[in-house]
Design a binder for this molecule. Sequence first.
Ligand code: AP5
Length: 259
Amino acid sequence: MTETKIKNDRAAWIQGGQAQCSSPPPPVARPFRLILLGAPGVGKGTQADLLCQILGACHLSTGDIFRAAKSLSQEARSAGLNEALAYMSQGRLVPDATVLQVVRERVRCLKCACGFLLDGFPRTVAQAEALEEILDRENLPLSGVLNFELPIQEIVDRLSGRRTCSGCKAVYHLVSRPPLVKDVCDQCGAALYQREDDQPASIRVRMNAYQESTLPLIQFYRGRGLLIPIKADGAPSVIFQRAMAALNGSAKLEKQKIL
Ligand code: AP5
């Protein structure tokens, strides 16, 4: 069992280019390479944080790359990133070509010896096919695709109550995971904010985009024998236990027992 004591800043993934992570997780003998699938707000980021601590893999979220780009000046961003931010603020999917360019620039993160948890990518069949091509070329087989399932109304409640730390990006919820002091991060003391795309109008657009573009990925990965369904109701710790049990019970992951 590998436990990550110091949180990796994921600089190589977030900034791209020549950036180096401040504390990359140590290599593991059998790295997990997982995709976290599920509707916006189902809890993928929350579960990624928990899974990373046990699996030693790195949390690679495409949404985090775009949100980090927001804090750069407009001139410092590429035309593609400026375009991505415009789509994102409306809750629409960023065009495949832009997303794929951003991911291809970060292929070294997919090759990382600690493995990865992809969160928010792929989101369309075109992205899934492109990822498959990259992973095949680099000889990096996927361990599985965890698909988190929850009724839409519960997902909307999770999104509307989400608050994110402006400093360390820790995620809270007004009801299920409130901070100790209102609007202040427990971990670093920075202010909490509500994501622009968590407003009701954007949530509706994101749910539609999920249903039209991302749902077909369930069939895509089921067809490849990689899909691992996880019920996402209940507390984060309960869902995490289900995910761990499913990983341990997966025939495909026979050589990667964790607990
Ligand atoms: P992205 O950042 O990927 O957002 P998302 O998929 O919409 O997912 P979220 O981060 O909103 O939710 P989550 O599932 O991680 O839930 P969380 O753990 O935070 O993408 C944002 C945008 O970027 C997209 O809309 C698009 O524009 C663009 N984009 C990114 N990647 C793209 C791609 N590949 N292609 C095209 N466009 C792309 O939890 C949510 C809340 O619920 C939190 O408050 C949390 O505390 C709470 N919670 C979590 N678990 C539980 C629980 N078990 N019980 C109660 N509350 C819970």
